[in-house]
Design a binder for this molecule. Structure first.
Ligand code: MN
Length: 202
C-alpha cells in the first residue's frame, strides 16, 4: 500500500475475538474492508493539502464540508475502524470502573441500562452505520450515525463504537444484528480501555 495513510495492524490475533466475532469476519473486516478504505482515501488525497494532514484532521475537515463527502466516507471509515479494533478485548470484556462507571450510572442509571440503550441505538440505525457511546459537554450520550459518520466529526468525544454495517456481523449472525451488538458489548468491548479514553478526554 502506498500513500500517506497506513492501515494499522490488527492489535491482536485474528481469532482473538472468537466466538463473539469469528476469525473469518475479523480477517475480512480488517484486511479487506478496513484496508479498502485506506486505499481509497490515499487515492483521494493524492496531490491535495490533505495528504499532509493527520487522519483526524481529514475526518473533521471532510466531515463538515459537503463538497468533501466522498473523502469523508473513506476517511471516516478508516478512522472508525481504528476505534473499533482498539476497544476490543481478546478473551472477554472487563466492566467499567472509576469515572466511566460513575458517569454511566449518572447518565443512564446503570451499566445494563446503557448497554440496552446501546443495542437499541444500533438496531434503529437504518441501513449501514455505527452506534456510538460519546461524550458531549461532560455528559455521556448514545449516537446513531449513517455510513461513515462519527462523534469526532460532530465535535464530540468518541468512547466506543459498534459497526453495524452488515460486513461486521453477517457471516456470524446473519440478520441478527441485536444479538451481535449485545454479544460485542457484553463479551468483547474492553471497558477499562474505554474508561482510559474517557479519562484522557476529561
Ligand atoms: Mn466495518
Amino acid at each position: 500500500m502506498s500513500g500517506p495513510f497506513q492501515l494499522p495492524d490488527l492489535p491482536y490475533a485474528y481469532d482473538a475475538l472468537a466466538p463473539v466475532i469469528s476469525s473469518d469476519t475479523v480477517t475480512l473486516h480488517h484486511d479487506k474492508h478496513h484496508a479498502a478504505y485506506y486505499n481509497a482515501l490515499n487515492g483521494l488525497v493524492e496531490g491535495t493539502a490533505m495528504a499532509e494532514m493527520t487522519l483526524e484532521e481529514v475526518v473533521v475537515k471532510s466531515g463538515n464540508d459537503a463538497s468533501l463527502a466522498k473523502m469523508f466516507n473513506q476517511a471516516g471509515q478508516a478512522w472508525n475502524h481504528i476505534i473499533y479494533w482498539e476497544q476490543m478485548a481478546p478473551g472477554g470484556a472487563s466492566t467499567p470502573s472509576g469515572k466511566l462507571a460513575e458517569m454511566i450510572d449518572r447518565d443512564f442509571g446503570s451499566f445494563d441500562e446503557m448497554k440496552a440503550q446501546f443495542v437499541q441505538t444500533a438496531v434503529t440505525t437504518f441501513g449501514a452505520g455505527w452506534a456510538w457511546l460519546a461524550m458531549d459537554g461532560g455528559k455521556l450520550e448514545l449516537i446513531s450515525s449513517s455510513n461513515a459518520g462519527n462523534p469526532l466529526a460532530m465535535g464530540k468525544t468518541t468512547l466506543c463504537g459498534v459497526d453495524v454495517w452488515e460486513h461486521a456481523y453477517y457471516l456470524d449472525y446473519q440478520n441478527r444484528r441485536p444479538d451481535h451488538v449485545k454479544a460485542v458489548l457484553d463479551s468483547a468491548v474492553n471497558w477499562s480501555y474505554v474508561g482510559e479514553r474517557l479519562e484522557d478526554a476529561l
